[in-house]
Design a protein around this ligand. Structure first.
Ligand SMILES: [Zn+2]
Length: 333
């Protein structure tokens, strides 16, 4: 056999599709049964590798998950960060689907290889997270540096804000595996509520009655319904003493007409479902301290942000669900 033929044989072996299949196999094997755990470990691994704290990577990923449309392909991946092809391959790259790390870096694209297969695949979880982390690291490693990097990527103050809040929640709790809700009032308290969404007789909404009124006696504890970050605390002309908490699904929870606050809960704090944030009262509809213009109740509102706009939605079905779930849990004990 001539040397040339041997050379051809080696070439064909090196580029045969079977070699790529083999390279992908170990990745499939490392999949654990718990995708939440797998995701958490990936944040930590890429965080250690790049010097960007894992909780910021988790915050970015969670933010991206929240702003995706329900049918988005990115939601089917472990990592839902979606880096547009132009950013990934480089805007002047003639091939927007380029996966070659050398040509991508030549065209100044963000795409990097985090999985070790020498390809920068825009759909590969490790490549995506690693590429984003390396991009952030190019601005530095302090919290301020990371916020600047986030602003350069999203060009939206609210995005930076929300991602930093998520990072704070994950860092405080030490994990990304956070789920569960609580009913805002203790189940043993004497309370009553019905759907008052859009009701002109409700108190404390912004335009139409944007929320649900839960009637209870003065001093009944008011509890956070979710894991969240305390964004707002203080007086508002209509809401009275109120607290605003953002959760990990990008829902802003609004608790109004409080009689008082739990003094240990401050703006910037992280709360868990069931944490007491204040007490039922009848504050509002006047200057700071105004109270008693209506019967004591908790006005509870929910607002969702999708990365572009914010809107209110009816909390009533959620309240019913959390109440039921908590009763069920109590019975089991
Ligand atoms: Zn109300």
């Amino acid at each position: 056999m001539s040397r040339f033929l041997v050379f051809l044989l080696i070439l064909s072996l090196a580029f045969s599709p079977s070699s790529t299949v083999m390279a992908q196999e170990p990745q499939a094997k490392t999949k654990t049964a718990d995708p939440e755990q797998e995701k958490f470990e990936l944040y930590q691994r890429i965080g250690t590798l790049t010097g960007i704290p894992w909780y910021f990577l988790a915050g970015v990923d969670q933010y991206e998950r929240n702003i995706k449309k329900k049918d988005s392909e990115a939601l089917k991946r472990l990592i839902s960060i979606d880096i547009p092809s132009g950013k990934w391959a480089g805007f002047l790259n003639p091939n927007p689907e380029d996966q070659w790390i050398n040509s991508i870096s030549f065209f100044n694209g963000m795409g990097k290889d985090g999985s070790g297969d020498q390809l920068a695949d825009r759909q590969n979880n490790e490549d995506i997270l690693y590429s984003f982390a390396v991009f952030l690291a190019s601005y530095g490693y302090t919290e301020d540096d990371i916020r600047i990097g986030l602003w350069e990527y999203y060009k939206r103050d609210k995005a930076v804000e929300i991602i930093s809040e998520y990072a704070q929640i994950y860092q405080t709790m030490g994990t990304t595996k956070l789920s569960g809700n609580a009913f805002p009032l203790p189940l043993h308290a004497n309370y009553s509520y019905r759907s008052t969404w859009g009701d002109s007789r409700g108190w404390g909404g912004r335009r139409i009655h944007e929320g649900c009124d839960l009637f209870a006696g003065y001093g009944t504890p008011v509890r956070s319904v979710a894991y969240g970050y305390v964004e707002v605390k203080g007086w508002n002309r209509y809401g009275g003493w109120r607290v605003g908490i953002r959760d990990l699904n990008n829902v802003y929870h609004y608790y109004a007409h409080l009689g008082g606050f739990n003094k240990s809960v401050k703006i910037g704090d992280v709360v868990k479902p069931g944490d007491v944030i204040g007490w039922v009262g009848s504050s509002g509809y006047g200057n700071p301290g105004t109270s008693g213009k209506f019967p004591p109740h908790l006005h509870y509102g929910m607002y969702k942000d999708n990365g572009r706009t914010e809107w209110a939605f009816d909390p009533y079905p959620h309240l019913r669900k959390w109440e039921r779930e908590e009763y069920r849990k109590k019975k089991k004990r």
